[in-house]
Structure formats: C-alpha cells, structure tokens
Design a protein around this ligand. Structure first.
Ligand SMILES: [Cu+2]
Length: 218
C-alpha cells in the first residue's frame, strides 16, 4: 500500500513536470539579441565628427558572431566601424563604436542613420538620428508648398537663405514678424542672419499651413 502510494505520487509528479516542460517549450521565445544605439540623437556641427555606441545584448541564451554595417547615412556624412564584428555569448553585453565625419557642406537638418546587425542570419535594424547644425550659410528650399529642411538647427551668427523653387509666390515670415521675406516669386531669395539663441517659428503668409522652425544654438 505504502509503495503504490509513492508510485502514484511519482507518476503524478512526472506528468506534471512533463506538462510544465511542454508549456515552457510552447510559450518561450527563441534565443535572440537586442541592438541599441546611444545616444540615439546627436547634434553635430557641419565639418565636425562624433561617435555612437552600438550596444548588443544576448537574450535567452543567444550566442553567435554579429556583424554590423551602416546601410544608410545622410548626405555628406561618412559613418564607419573600425571593428564591425563581435562575438556575443549567452547572457553577455558588448558594444562597438561607430564613428562619423560630417562634411563642411553636408546639408543641415535632422536625418536618420541606419545600422544593420546580422547574427548568423538573424538580422536587426536600428535607426539613430543626427542633427547637422548649420554653421556658414544654410539654404532652405521652398518646394511644393513646403520648407526644406523643416526643422533646422544653426549656430548663432549663421545666415539662412530661403529660395523659392515653386512657380507660386511664397514668404518666409517669423510668427512674431521680427523678420519677413515678403512675397518671393520663383527663384527669388531672402537672407536673414540669426544672432540670438532661440527657437523661431515661421510660416508662409499666403499659405499658413506651411510652417517650419529655425533653432539657434551657441
Ligand atoms: Cu506659400
């Protein structure tokens, strides 16, 4: 009697264990890794350089060699890894440094930089942002009823030149009216020099849905 009770309990325990194991196999996710870029957004002057840290973490026992490459960089930005391969073992974190150089004539504005990680065929993409700060004279094109770049950051003392590429007349007019291009016909230009730090919202008088911003930094 005593023996058979023990036997029943053992069988029940084994079945319960098997159930848990099956449940675990059905619901647990496969080994993977995560990729992060830090700092996600960087502000860099034209002609300057910088670096991102690309951080990799093993998830759920993932273990493989990982290869990184830059798949998209803004115009005038040279982004590169001195060492783009790393071995990621279970429960580990590692980082690779991605450096970049911004050409003096790289267009100012906020743009994406995209990195692809390939760990044994398991591919992840990660997007960082780079805000290129204008330092000399920056051009804003008015095209198809919009300002490009829309959110522009410049260094104090920088001139911004607006040029209207549309056959329709447009203006670039500060919300507080401290500066105003007046109506620009096709290919006409307007220049304003920003000497004070701040954020300046502006719009087009005939088309008030055309809104943009110039941010001035030290
Ligand atoms: Cu307009």
């Amino acid at each position: 009697m005593h023996v058979s009770n023990t036997l029943i309990m053992a069988v029940v325990a084994a079945m319960l264990g098997l159930n848990i194991a099956i449940g675990y196999m059905a619901f647990s996710e496969p080994p993977d890794y995560s990729v992060n870029i830090a700092p996600n957004t960087q502000q860099v002057y034209q002609g300057d350089s910088g670096a991102y840290s690309v951080d990799l973490s093993s998830l759920r026992g993932y273990s493989s060699q990982i290869r990184l490459r830059v798949t998209q960089a803004p115009e005038g930005v040279d982004a590169y890894f001195e060492n783009n391969v790393t071995q990621l073992a279970s429960s580990q974190n590692t980082s690779l440094k991605m450096s970049f150089k911004v050409a003096k004539d790289a267009p100012a504005g906020l743009n994406d930089i995209i990195i692809e990680a390939n760990g044994g065929g398991l591919v992840h993409k990660i997007t960082g942002k780079i805000n290129i700060v204008g330092t000399g004279r920056v051009v804003v094109n008015i095209v198809n009823f919009w300002f490009y770049p829309t959110n522009l950051t410049i260094r104090k003392g920088t001139e911004v030149l607006w040029i209207n590429k549309d056959p329709t007349g447009h203006t670039a007019t500060a919300n507080d009216r401290t500066w105003d291009s007046k109506l620009l016909q096709q290919n006409q230009e307007y220049v304003f020099k920003f000497d004070k730090v701040g954020a300046y919202q502006y719009y087009c008088v005939p088309h008030p849905q055309m809104i943009a911003q110039v941010k001035v930094v030290d």
